[in-house]
Design a protein around this ligand. Sequence first.
Ligand code: MGP
Length: 189
Amino acid sequence: MSSEEHPLHNKWTLWYLQYSPTRSWEESLSEVSNMDTVEKFWATFNHLQGPSKLGWGSDYYLFKEGIKPMWEDESNVKGGRWLVYIDKEKRDQQLDKNWLELLMAVVGEQFEEHGQEICGAVVNIRRKGDKITLWTRDALKDDVNLRIGQIFKQKLEIPDAEVMRYEVHKDSSSKRSSTVKPRIVLPQQ
Ligand code: MGP
């Protein structure tokens, strides 16, 4: 780090998953770069293709250094995720913008005193509808996760009435149907 650079509170790793029918999920995942300063974050970000330019089945993951972006990592195994579906009609206006908003909130430690509960952020590029998700460490901390979800919703300027779900990773990893019963739903009833 040069003396002019501005350190981030945490160190982050960017991962990329390129879908392949012949490799396992984990083999398809690769580390792209590490960043510990604001300048390295922007250098990485400016160099990358936006999520809207990626092929179907691809993902980006930005996780704290040392946390693998998978359910099995010890920091994720008891965790869960807030899930935002990108409306197909609004993909062009929202996907890249929302992803950048989330990244800035995460590396900029915008989650009040709950920053240590954040593991990372994900964008999944899917023909059936893209998803942006925010992974937290402990799915049982409802109050903390609720607050994190409210901030996430504000940062992405998602209308209050729009539904957002928090899902437990254990439920996603053991699911048999395509839907998982959420642990928290916003707006609350
Ligand atoms: P996905 O990429 O999270 O969602 O999981 P997608 O493609 O929208 O599918 P859907 O089932 O949510 O509708 C797709 C598949 O990737 C999973 O069924 C797993 O096989 C694999 N996978 C995804 N994740 C996040 C993990 C993980 O953390 N660990 C392992 N082992 N496999 C994973």
